[in-house]
Ligand binder design. Structure first.
Ligand code: BGP
Length: 487
């Protein structure tokens, strides 16, 4: 007998919630023993791939020499460090079942490899976990979210050197030993597939190298991240066999521009440069197609004895990803087809889609395609750990934010996600980006807001930090209460 029914809704334990990152929310960059991280030194220029990925040693030294000089609020985040109780209470009010945040390496080891961990740092995250436990909110923790300690950039040139793996492994050992028994869901590197775009991900200065040398350095840095990920996965499973380690990629669904087979081939080729990462972390080995790519680009990955075995034996338990947009591969662009960079993706415009005020193409159906493709390819549980709309919200005189555009964005994506679940995809949860307004990563500004809760803070760092629920706050609360049956 063959049953033909399919899921009409979300599982009862579906993890509805939101996501964040230490360097974009915490602030308190020089408090309680914290060291500086790369994320707190780079200055965004409106899009990824701008200033931040061409950071020079001189710029970094200047940031270190005068850390208070920066006018944007990146080092202050939304002051979650002092507002976490209020923020978590607001999440609980929305009915959150899960909250993703990252641990800042330089809060635990200010220089990345200090002799002893900073107890005040560990205690801060203990307080967050206590607070989440109070409301029965499942913590989901990222170990590395674009924030390599600056001291390790100075010492090793970040992930370019294999020597950083030892320091990273000590950091993960301490963190997993301390929190590993009380936290079930973990992930290693945020959007590991952005590693070839530069400093924010590799913590390595390579602005003086040729493009080919840069690629060589970045792929080598990525190998070190794969190794550190596998080691962290091993550590977690030893500490708590029931805990789950995920890999995390930034996903931009790729379409061929036309049915021309040349476009289809190009789309496949370009897409593989993103699939490479979950291929390694889920299947446990470098895929064959990368051999040709490496050879053609004169890239040689140095692997230590035992690396391949380590990758094979310590694959991840689930695949998590961010989804904001999709991209188009075009093998024969016309003169006026210009290439656009959206988030990390470089592709061509899609005439069927509209963009956000920051030009990110909005593609809810692409999320359904992604979910189905990932599930078909990997057969491991999936987890959406970022999806949201950056917009310039307006606070009305009576202190309200009518963000119907954000509701529409989230609504359309959640509807497509529901379709994918009905298609048979095994999905653990949906963590929107971001519950509370935070500092945008690419622009380093507050003006590009993602939150369901408004924070009174401007690009210059001025404001009361007051939290004000937006219309989307009430809408999302209802979606969660009805477990996605009313969207
Ligand atoms: C992802 C990052 C997040 C977040 C998000 C939105 O790539 O993981 O850290 O910032 O993008 O991007 P932005 O803040 O640049 O608009």
């Amino acid at each position: 007998m063959y049953a033909t029914d399919y899921p009409r809704g979300f599982p009862a334990d579906f993890m509805w919630g939101g996501a964040s990152a230490a360097a974009q929310i915490e602030g308190a960059w020089n408090i309680d023993g914290k060291g500086l991280s790369g994320a707190e030194c780079i200055v965004g220029g409106g899009q990824h791939n701008s200033t931040q990925d061409n950071v020079t040693l001189a710029e970094l030294k200047a940031a270190l020499a005068n850390p208070s000089a920066q006018k944007y609020p990146k080092r202050h985040g939304n002051d979650f460090y002092h507002h976490y109780r209020e923020d978590i209470r607001l999440m609980a009010k929305m009915g959150f079942r899960a909250f993703r945040f990252s641990i800042s390496w330089s809060r635990i080891f200010p220089h990345g490899d200090d002799e002893h961990p900073n107890e005040a740092g560990l205690q801060f995250y203990d307080r967050i976990l206590d607070e989440l436990a109070k409301y029965d909110i499942e913590p989901v923790i990222t170990l590395f979210h674009y924030d390599t300690p600056v001291a390790l950039t100075m010492k090793y040139n970040g992930w370019a050197s294999c020597r950083i793996v030892k320091a990273a492994t000590r950091y993960t050992a301490v963190v997993l030993k301390h929190f590993g028994r009380r936290v079930k869901y973990w992930m290693t590197f945020n959007e590991i597939n952005t590693g070839t775009t530069g400093f924010h991900a590799t913590g390595a200065i390579d602005s003086d190298l040729t493009p080919n040398q840069q690629l060589q350095l970045r792929f080598q840095a990525l190998h070190h991240q794969f190794v550190a990920s596998a080691l962290a996965t091993k550590q977690l499973h030893e500490i708590n066999p029931g805990a789950k380690m995920g890999c995390m990629v930034g996903r931009d669904q790729t379409y061929p521009a036309t049915p021309n087979p040349d476009d289809a081939l190009l789309a496949q080729k370009e897409d593989r440069l993103n699939l490479f990462y979950p291929d390694v972390q889920i299947r446990g080995e470098y895929p064959e197609y990368m051999n040709r790519y490496f050879a053609e680009h004169h890239i040689k990955i140095e692997m230590a004895p035992g690396d391949q075995e380590l990758l094979r034996e310590n694959t991840v338990d689930y695949l998590s990803f961010s989804y904001y947009t999709s991209r188009v591969s075009n093998s024969r662009p016309a003169k006026n087809d210009k290439k656009i960079t959206v988030n990390m993706a470089r592709g061509f415009n899609n005439p069927y889609l509209k963009g956000t005020p920051w030009g990110w193409l909005i593609d809810p159906k692409g999320l359904r395609v992604t979910l189905n493709e990932f599930w078909d390819r990997y057969r491991v549980p999936l987890f959406i750990v970022e999806n949201g709309l950056g917009a310039a919200d307006e606070l009305t005189e009576d202190l309200q934010v009518h963000d119907d555009y954000r509701i529409e964005y989230l609504q359309n994506h959640i509807r497509q996600m529901k379709e994918a679940v009905a298609d048979g995809v095994n999905l653990l949860g949906y963590l929107m980006w971001a519950p509370i307004d935070l500092v945008s990563f690419s622009t380093s500004e507050m003006a590009k807001r993602y939150g369901l809760v408004y924070v009174d803070l401007d690009n210059e760092g001025r404001g009361t930090m007051k939290r004000i629920p937006k219309d989307s706050f009430y809408w999302y609360r209802h979606v969660i209460a009805a477990n996605g049956n009313e969207i």
